[in-house]
Design a protein around this ligand. Sequence first.
Ligand code: APR
Length: 248
Amino acid sequence: MDKPSREAVAGAMDAAVKWVRECRSLCVLTGAGVSAESGVPTFRGPEGLWKRRDPVSLATPEAFAEDPKEVWEWYQWRRRKIRGCAPNAGHRALAAVEAVKPDFLLVTQNVDGLHRAAGSRRLAEIHGNIWTVRCVGCGAERYEQGDFTDLPPRCGACGGLLRPGVVWFGEMLPREASGEAMEMLSRCEVLIVAGTSAVVAPASGYAAMAKRRGARVIEVNPDETPVSGICDATFRGKSGEVLPALLG
Ligand code: APR
């Protein structure tokens, strides 16, 4: 497809800003691309994490059962990397919307905690959070920002293995976050889909769900995705630049 003219993009942005401003309920779905400008690696694409490592050997319950140390080494590496990253203008624009939109929910597939660090509170982390750990024995969960000296780490209470508090392939989404997302998707008037390749279920189906009900769907992504075709507006740019313009 030809690149749209500057005038066409400006016209589309004016229309989208109006939809966002005038809607009663707004939902935003984010993926790894929203944290890319903060320095957090995405999963797919030429520099993506899954180019170098196989998800099946790192992000599945089977991989953890087989080699918890190897899985933890990768998560500890990611935790260290994310620790040095700060929220960007896209995260901040999303946090600021809460003050002006009473019915708002930010649904994120990101586990990096950068939305919360930017100030977002109406947040559904549907893939969990890399800063939480959960005991596979007693189920105790806690927030842990520091490094573990011995890998895999063990539960102080029962001695069971601790696992990262994230959702792996083949696992259910956390009930509360997923329920909140579903409720919002069943009533939002506008859904913004930002920085996700839209290939991982169930979030890959959220745009179609909202669209079927008549919500306007806006995509923010430098690249085309499987949901681009059903969007009412697509902005081919970085979320750190487009989201402040759209939500400002
Ligand atoms: N701004 C907006 N989008 C960007 C930017 C940017 N600056 N940089 C890259 N992107 C886009 C890419 O074009 C791509 O479409 O972000 C998307 C990132 O896609 P993925 O790496 O597949 O991330 P995501 O969609 O969040 O992955 C879903 O897959 O492996 C699992 O659990 C993991 O939550 C993750 C899930």
